[in-house]
Design a protein around this ligand. Structure first.
Ligand code: ISL
Ligand code: CA
Length: 562
């Protein structure tokens, strides 16, 4: 494994709309982030990933971009953004920007032109097709419910939108479009940013036949992923982007990749491939999805959870670098999903944080995770803001589903779980805004908030701080290989990581019931050192046999291998 800064970094993801509001309009903004830079420095993270801050009509909270080179009014100005970059660099932190180029907004100037006529110069920047027998060109469904096609009267054709109808897909087959995107990326890089997180980047190449999935008999829409996930030209495009843009800078890149296996991922992140540095895969995020997809919630189990992590740890080892995340702005809060957000709030948050920071790969912390922020349950659908949630709700209601059942799946899977405002203190609106927040604050802010966490030496925040520091002080946490222990145990997650003559032993109890850990004989060592734990542990504790307490987590460094 080659050593490089982004492997040794910890990334912190900011969802600007919900981070900190500086001017009382209820919407988080760039000056708000600037006011919290010392907080981020204190936590010790190295890189900030900023979700989209570009001009946008906000159909999908900034993931629908109408101008890639201006800042959204709600968030501030380009001068504010430059101050943010300087503020980060001045504190020794880096900034990566979200790059959303599978689609633009329908209010982007390119699309405004493209829809006017079939021979417009920008027409081919998007994907247009005539209807088929009075219906859409094919039977693909959108990620946000309904058809993936929208009819445009002016030219009597449909355009493709894998997400909302205000997010038309860009046509990467068009070389001029690709060059415009590379130019835009270069413009940001020349401003001094340190990399990109690339939104759904493995969807940019579509099978040009755009085939239907079904035979048309049902009249319903289907997931057409086989025709646009890891499509025919995706690696050609990314290699071109790397050659023309990325390779010219010392930056990091991470691509969001839907439906990839470790084998697929190796093609994106293989160190000899000249494409990306890391991808975000979805296998772990699908661990509690039933056959009906994300809203068809099924209980997850530790056997699957461990199997997926082990598969990625060993699958990419020596080939490419993993990204590690347990939640983000699209996912429920990790603590409510995989831990215990009531009785063992602190213990389980620390246990999950231990997992995140002790695997091979770069950890990504999502804002509020370091405080143990939890899912939210709003009483009424009217309090929800997310387009994916609202569209699903309307579609399911129209299809006659039970409202209570729908709300239950929103409580466990809805994206707004991760989008409630950051909980800074126990004052009005959790100190997020002096106005009225764009989305309600989670009522548990009176006990879960940053001010409380900073004052409590035993807080999740201080534990995260220590985890982040460990990655700096012990190379073994970053570069060592991975070997699962007690693989068939469905209660304990344990593994050993080896680098030279050092080993890292990680033991995690994933449940509230006590559990026994037995260290297999094959793991040999001379001395042991407890690096971190979420309970008091005696120095002379025998690690060959540990009686683990609820959600207990321990990390040992073992010296001397025979
Ligand atoms: O998980 C999902 C599929 O149901 C979605 O939440 C999500 O749309 C998908 O993970 C892709 O995410 C990215 O692209 C979307 C945007 O809404 C998400 O916020 C973004 O992370 C479209 O740009
Ligand atoms: Ca604001």
């Amino acid at each position: 494994m080659n050593k490089i800064w982004w492997k040794e970094s910890v990334v912190y993801q900011i969802y600007p709309r919900s981070f900190m509001d500086s001017n009382g309009d209820g919407i988080g903004d760039i000056q708000g982030i600037i006011s919290k830079l010392d907080y981020l420095k204190e936590l010790g993270v190295d890189v900030i990933w900023l979700c989209p801050v570009y001009e946008s009509p906000n159909d999908d909270n900034g993931y629908d971009i109408s101008n890639y080179q201006t800042i959204m009014d709600d968030f501030g100005t380009l001068a504010d953004w430059e101050a943010l970059l300087d503020g980060l660099h001045g504190r020794g932190m880096k900034l990566i920007m979200d790059l959303v180029v599978n689609h633009s907004s329908d209010e982007h100037a390119w699309f405004a032109e493209a829809k006017t006529s079939k021979d417009n110069r920008y027409r081919d920047y998007y994907i247009w097709r005539p209807g088929q027998g009075g219906r859409e060109p094919n039977d693909w469904g959108s990620f946000f419910s309904g058809s993936a096609w929208q009819y445009e009267e002016q030219t009597d054709e449909y355009y493709l939108h894998l997400f909302s109808k205000k997010q038309p897909d860009l046509n990467w087959e068009n070389q001029d479009l690709r060059q415009e995107i590379y130019k835009m990326m270069t413009w940001w890089l020349d401003k001094g940013i340190d990399g990109f997180r690339m939104d759904v980047i493995n969807l940019i190449s579509k099978d040009q036949e755009l085939p239907s999935v079904g035979d048309g008999s049902s009249g319903s829409y289907h997931f057409g992923g086989q025709y646009f996930m890891n499509g025919p030209r995706v690696h050609e495009y990314l290699q071109e982007m790397n050659r023309e843009v990325l390779s010219k800078y010392d930056i990091m890149t991470v691509g969001e990749a839907i439906g990839v296996t470790p084998e697929d991922a190796a093609l994106y992140v293989g160190e000899d491939r000249n494409e990306l540095n890391m991808v975000f895969h979805f296998e772990l995020m699908d661990v509690d999805s039933g056959p009906g997809g994300k809203w068809d919630v099924k209980p997850w189990n530790l056997a699957d959870f461990k199997r997926i992590i082990s598969k990625w740890q060993t699958g990419l080892h020596g080939k490419g670098w993993n990204s590690l995340y347990l939640n983000n702005h699209d996912q429920p809060r990790m603590l409510s999903r995989f831990g215990n957000d009531s009785t063992y709030h602190k213990q389980s948050a620390k246990m999950l944080g231990t997992l995140l920071h002790t695997l091979q790969g770069t950890p990504y912390i999502y804002q509020g995770e370091e405080l143990g922020m939890t899912n939210v349950q709003f009483n009424s659908i009217l309090e929800y803001k997310d387009i994916e949630t609202l569209n699903m709700y309307n579609e399911y209601i129209a299809a006659g589903h039970d409202e209570q059942v729908i709300m239950k799946s929103i409580y466990s899977k809805g994206r707004d779980n991760g989008r409630t405002p950051m909980q800074w203190n126990d004052g009005p609106h959790a100190g997020f805004t002096t106005g009225s927040p764009w989305i309600a604050v989670n009522p548990n802010y009176t006990t879960i908030n940053a001010e409380q966490a900073l004052n409590d030496p035993d807080s999740i925040f201080h534990y995260y701080k220590k985890l982040i520091r460990l990655r700096k002080e012990h190379n073994v946490t970053v570069y060592a290989d991975y070997r699962p222990l007690m693989e068939d145990d469905h209660h304990v997650f344990a593994y050993v990581r080896t680098l030279g003559n050092e080993q890292l032993l990680v033991v995690l109890n994933f449940f509230e019931t006590p559990a026994d850990f037995t260290l297999e004989e094959s793991v040999q060592y001379e001395t042991k050192q407890l690096l971190i734990s979420n309970y008091e542990v005696a120095d002379d504790d025998d690690i060959r046999q540990i009686a683990l307490r609820p959600y207990e987590a321990r990390v040992y460094k073992l010296h001397g291998i025979h």
